[in-house]
Design a protein around this ligand. Structure first.
Ligand code: HEM
Ligand SMILES: *[C@@H]1O[C@H](CO)[C@@H](O)[C@H](O)[C@H]1NC(C)=O
Ligand SMILES: *[C@@H]1O[C@H](CO)[C@@H](O)[C@H](O)[C@H]1NC(C)=O
Length: 569
């Protein structure tokens, strides 16, 4: 999630220094036996590290650069990225079926990588993403799980997502009416998804898009008076600080230590206390509501307005059942760490995926028209469909396919790392305990062919159940955005969405898969329906037509623009 796709990102600067230090100590890379690697790199002190420098200069995408110099250069599904001898090689795996198998079915052999856990652990040790899969972590996940259940999301989050989207439509309506200039959609999506996650987690309005609307209206009227910044503005600053710190500190020799040191500095202290202040204010309101309820009343989620409510109520209920005084949640570091990470994780990721969706609509106009036609058929109007209609009423396979394609082709979280818990094998190659595996989550090209016998037993069994979509029509021309690859005909000849048409890796998978998956899917669906029915995404000027990406914490479009035509007022 949030920073994880890059958490293996030992910075280049650090590695160069490391390379020089090693020169003195004559330490060469130490490849694992058997797994393919560049022979020449094994004879170099710097291993593969310097190979990626020129590629990075051109593309700004570190994950892609790693694949380029290993698996792609060697033309194999699995290879090693060699570091100078003090660091073990990174095993690079590109085959989507085996990756899915590792995430979903082989969790006894693989867990989160140490580097993920450590770098987050310095700042948010009690957040789930900074923990290995232990019994405590399982308990913590259980406590939060219902906040992402379909029922809870539909009742509590969906109406707020819908409302925030209508505000975004209003803002874009104003922008589009004003001038025929491309809009930076990523900026606006980031504000909108912040509004969504804030209210979904804390039950309060962040008011970011509302603020942007008012500000723009005043500008249009020539009114120069300043507006009071919305409450969400504060979180934007804090999130930016944390992202910058993590990205910066990954490029040091000791990312973990750098992060730890940061936590003693006044800047971090201020950050921590302002975030805690804001969250405890919200928590206190919720606790006051629940404290006096009976056990029976506490069983029901009818009063919950957000994820935090649900968790606090559960904790009070558990305490009452156990006959003890509920602990003070504002002192509960599990709660505070988890909430902050969710606020961060839940917004930039979704905003980037939406920005890619906007790029795809421009780049694939025929898909855009088909999608709009299908939506008009499903939601004839006259007005926009309600949130219930979008989520419950209509069966629109082309819409399901379009959302799935957006996740797949965006590559927002391009890659992530797992580590082996035991000696094991991948595609028949021996992999020792403690090895780090760099997994490609971005399925945007035909995988390198490989013999079925090399695959794990569980991977072969899964293909027997669901088929191997990648080798069929669904797997053709994977660089193009085509919702139809997710559509099959049922027995009566009717089109239906097939979630198994291809592996889904955009949000990882298995027990350590994305916690916010269902919420992100819901958010995307609501936004896509309302956006496509309200605007046409027109062709962009040539300088903005590129599909180039920048990979920071997430992989984002380098040209996140859209030119909009308003279809309805
Ligand atoms: C388009 C949107 C999103 C994308 C592409 C995305 C992607 C990911 C990925 C790739 C992972 C790592 C999973 C793995 O390696 O198996 C992850 C983990 C995670 N995501 Fe998301 N995510 C998105 C939205 C969200 C939202 C909305 C939330 C919160 C409400 C969220 C919270 C988390 C958390 C807490 C984890 C860590 C889970 C763990 O360590 O067990 N994500 N996400
Ligand atoms: C929305 O995003 C833009 C660009 O990031 C920013 O300049 C603007 O102030 C944001 N609005 C608020 C209320 O933060
Ligand atoms: C860690 O990141 C922060 C914020 O960008 C920076 O001020 C600090 O110097 C970094 N630590 C090290 C050791 O580079």
């Amino acid at each position: 999630m949030v920073f994880e796709p890059l958490s293996w990102r030992l910075g280049l600067a650090g590695l160069v220094v490391l390379g020089l230090a090693l020169l003195l100590r004559k330490l060469y890379p130490k490849p694992y036996p058997g797994i393919p690697y560049n022979e020449a790199s094994a004879k170099r002190l710097t291993g593969d590290v310097m190979e990626i420098v020129p590629i990075m200069k051109e593309t700004n995408e570190l994950s892609a650069a790693i694949f380029a110099v290993t698996t792609r250069k060697l033309g194999v599904p699995i290879a090693q990225f060699l570091f100078p001898g003090v660091r073990k090689p990174l095993i690079v795996l590109e085959d989507p079926r085996e990756i899915e198998d590792i995430l979903v079915r082989r969790h006894k052999e693989f867990d989160k990588a140490a580097i993920d856990v450590e770098v987050f652990g310095a700042m948010f040790p009690r957040a789930t993403l900074a923990q290995y899969t232990t019994p405590e972590l399982r308990a913590q996940k259980r406590l939060w799980a219902d906040a992402m259940s379909v029922d809870f999301l539909r009742r509590v989050a969906a109406p707020n997502i819908y409302k925030c989207t209508l505000e975004l439509l209003e803002l874009w309506g104003l922008r589009a009416a004003q001038a025929d200039r491309p809009i930076n959609v990523l900026d606006d999506f980031k504000n909108a998804t912040l509004d969504v996650i804030w209210i979904a987690m804390l039950g309060e309005e962040a008011g970011t898009i509302r603020f942007d609307i008012e500000r723009l209206k005043r500008q249009l009227e020539g009114d120069g008076t300043a507006l009071q910044p919305p409450s969400g503005a504060f979180l934007k600053e804090q999130v930016a600080y944390i992202c910058e710190t993590i990205v910066r500190n990954f490029s040091t020799l000791h990312p973990n230590l750098a992060q730890k040191i940061e936590t003693y500095l006044p800047r971090y202290r201020r950050f921590r206390s302002s975030v805690t202040r804001e969250m405890t204010r919200c928590m206190k309101k919720a606790v006051e509501r629940y404290q006096h309820l009976t056990e029976g009343a506490l069983e029901s989620d009818a009063l919950d307005t957000c994820a935090m409510d649900l968790v606090l109520r559960r904790q009070i209920l558990q305490a009452k059942k156990a006959g003890v005084e509920p602990s003070d949640p504002t002192q509960d570091s599990n709660m505070l760490d988890e909430m902050f990470v969710l606020l961060v994780a839940g917004h930039d990721s979704t905003a980037n995926t939406l920005a890619w969706f906007a790029r795809f609509m421009e780049r694939f106009p025929a898909v855009q028209s088909t999608l709009r036609a299908e939506l008009r058929k499903a939601f004839p109007g006259p007005g926009l469909p309600s949130v219930d209609e979008i989520l419950n009423a209509a069966d629109v396979p082309y819409l399901d396919g379009a959302c799935e394609e957006a996740f797949r082709l965006a590559g927002t979280a391009k890659a992530n790392i797992r580590q082996t818990l035991v000696d094991t094998t991948i595609l028949g190659y021996p992999v020792p305990k403690g090895a780090e595996i760099f997994l490609n989550y971005h399925i945007d090209r035909t995988p390198t062919p490989l013999e079925e016998e090399k695959r794990s037993e569980t991977s072969r069994a899964a293909a027997e159940r669901h088929g191997d979509g990648l080798s069929g029509i669904a797997g053709r021309d994977l660089a193009s955005f085509n919702p139809r690859r997710w559509i099959v005909l049922d027995k009566t000849g009717k089109e239906k969405f097939d979630a198994y048409a291809l592996p889904s890796l955009a949000m990882g998978g298995g027990f350590r898969g994305c916690f916010g998956r269902r919420m992100a899917q819901m958010e995307l669906r609501i936004m896509v329906v309302l956006l496509i029915l309200t605007f046409e995404f027109l062709e962009l000027p040539e300088e903005h037509q590129s599909m180039a990406a920048i990979e920071g914490v997430f992989r984002e479009p380098k040209h996140p623009y859209a030119r909009l035509r308003i279809l309805r007022e």
